[in-house]
Design a protein around this ligand. Sequence first.
Ligand code: BTN
Length: 266
Amino acid sequence: MDNDDFIEKNLDLSKKIDVDLVKKFVVFNGISSTNSKAKELAQDGEAEGTVVIAQIQKSGRGRFDRVWESPEGGLYLSLILKPDVSPDKTSLLPLVAALAVSTTIRDYGLSASIKWPNDVRVNKKKVAGILLESDAYKNQLRYVILGIGVNLNIDMNLFSKELKDTVTSLSHELHATVDYHKFLENLLSTIDTYYTMFLNEEFDCIISDWKALSDTLNRHVKIVTSSDEIIGKTYDIDSSGFLLVLTDSGEYKKIMSGDCLHFDEL
Ligand code: BTN
């Protein structure tokens, strides 16, 4: 356990949450990162369905090693998954997670949408982020950590000035506090539904539901990858969740990962 991680004994979420996939909660008041802790546990053999959850994170991590600001009021969780699939199939899991998060948020009457691959936004502002980290050996998947951060009841003043214009929280959009436990239960139950779809190889369903909630398709975009910058029009995603783009110079590209900027929002 890191020095700054400590368990809040009073929180016993397992009593209140009844979702088949979820077998155990490991609850922290403050932690460095729930993903790091979940990885540690998965490496030590912790089973699928363990959820590491914290009220604040001191070193929350985002995609591309960015900082994920994790003040009080947010929901920070990491779920250990051990799907019996080949590692290449996991490229759909970020979409599965984004679908579950945005569907849950939509139940609160907000029109959450997904910016490829898995930023969940409300009114074009980021309200949740997803970080998947996996470990495989000799083409055998050992575990996947599904990390989700939702800006649930975060006072906008708690975000840094760099983020204030681009993020929002559910409570800010709804002008009301969201019940943490109810939201968590809804979210985990929706993850269970889409994860079961994934295990049943209902990939077409996942893709079509994702398309219905995404606002990235058929737009002029700039995609920044680790090695490239691609400008063009998105026209589809394929069965692995990769983004298909017709570049301004007329090339067809398939993009596996990157940051996507919608030009008409710049
Ligand atoms: C992103 O949009 O860049 C992904 C953000 C993921 C943040 C969550 S919060 C819970 C889990 N623990 C982490 O350190 N990161 C993920």
